[in-house]
Design a protein around this ligand. Structure first.
Ligand code: FES
Length: 144
């Protein structure tokens, strides 16, 4: 159809994870496993998926979930994260991910984004950058 060797199309389709080479389940669970997410607990997120019967690269027998491990999806500051269909779920751990999978299976509505109440990618906890300067009410311009 594209008038090119099969391999040329296949190598592109198999490189980018947004191309599915086979039908996926109702919920396509894409777990980011790149370094920032890995350092913040993506192994626990993957373990929660496995504990619920999801296997990497496979669709569950009921057709509900397909599990894929993907590379960075640009949400590193809210790591670890997953994308499920068109939505991102962030600041995950084993228990939170377990709850998300249970809620999806039960057809419950799930809050997207940070699961620990962060607004977008604001810091966890109070601000720490430039606090000393702001709190001291010091006029640094006089020093220059
Ligand atoms: S490393 Fe996971 S979103 Fe960037």
């Amino acid at each position: 159809y594209l008038d090119m060797p099969y391999m040329r199309a296949y190598e592109v389709a198999s490189f980018y994870t947004m191309y599915n080479l086979a039908p996926v389940g109702r919920f396509h669970v894409q777990v980011c496993g790149t370094t920032p997410c890995m350092l913040r607990g993506s192994d626990d997120v993957m373990a929660a998926c496995k504990n619920k019967g999801l296997n990497k690269g496979k669709t569950t027998p009921d057709g509900l979930f397909t599990l894929t491990e993907v590379e960075c999806m640009g949400n590193c500051s809210n790591a670890p994260m997953v994308q499920i269909n068109d939505d991102n779920y962030e600041d995950l751990d084993f228990d939170i991910m377990t709850g998300i999978l249970e809620d999806l299976a039960a057809d419950k509505k799930i809050k997207v984004g940070s699961q620990i109440g962060r607004q977008t990618s604001e810091p966890v906890g109070p601000s720490t950058s430039l606090d000393e300067m702001v709190n001291a009410n010091h006029d640094y311009r006089k020093e220059w």
